[in-house]
Design a binder for this molecule. Structure first.
Ligand SMILES: O=C[C@H](O)[C@H](O)[C@H](O)COP(=O)(O)O
Length: 218
């Protein structure tokens, strides 16, 4: 079974967590693209979605799923998104697709975060996947120097501008044993918009797609 088939398996399993007649929070990425396909199959049974990226919005609208402005929604129950790494505490690294800031905002409003991953995303310690940090462009070099002080090796993702008009620094060589503290430390650096550690807002449910089916971790 390919990695993409395992992603698809986890994504379709997430439908079970979508309350009917509700608004659904939708993340970004290749795993979520499968979830959007799944969501389209029940689009008559939901009110619509709030989206974490331009890419997800465009895909949902093309499939006839109504997309609402988050500012018009006070609360919703379920946010479904992928991850680049997830540890046993259900802390994640996200932002491989540069959508981390809007993802964190939409996740903050949701009552429940359902994370959909293939088995390759499970790790004991976060950090092998470079940690994405969204930065205001003029602060790039200052923030990079501050990230070095925290033990990382930041690399500018030069080809990428985020949906918010900012840049991404990918921080290599981290071995993250205290994700909550590091998330807060990076947020304190002036010029950082957001970082890809989701520890303060960990996943509530993880659906892990593998060759033998989908494992549910709560
Ligand atoms: O910015 C992108 C998101 O955080 C994605 O959810 C994450 O990179 C996982 O993406 P994929 O499902 O493509 O592996």
């Amino acid at each position: 079974m390919t990695q993409d088939e395992m992603k698809k398996r986890a994504a379709w399993a997430a439908l079970e967590f979508v309350p009917r007649h509700s608004i659904v929070g939708v993340g970004t990425g290749s795993t979520v693209n499968h979830f959007i396909d799944a969501l389209a199959s029940i689009k008559e049974q939901i009110k619509g979605a709030v989206s974490s990226s331009i890419a997800s919005t465009e895909k949902m609208q093309a499939l006839g799923i109504a997309v609402f402005d988050l500012n018009d929604i006070d609360s919703f129950s379920v946010y479904v998104d992928g991850a680049d790494e997830i540890n046993p505490a259900r802390h994640m690294i996200k932002g491989g697709g540069a959508a981390l800031t809007r993802e964190k905002i939409v996740a903050a409003v949701a009552e429940q975060f359902v994370c959909i991953v293939d088995a390759s995303k499970e790790v004991a310690v976060l950090g092998k996947f470079p940690l994405p940090v969204e930065v205001i462009p003029m602060a790039r070099n200052y923030v990079a120097r501050e990230l070095q002080k925290l033990g990382g090796r930041p690399v500018w993702r030069e080809a990428v501008v985020t949906d918010n008009g900012n840049i991404i620094l990918d921080v290599h060589d981290l071995h993250i044993t205290d994700a909550l503290t590091l998330e807060q430390q990076i947020n304190q650096i002036t010029g950082v918009v957001c970082n890809g550690l989701f520890a303060a807002r960990a996943a509530d449910v993880v659906l892990v797609g593998g060759p033998d089916g989908t494992r549910v971790i709560k």
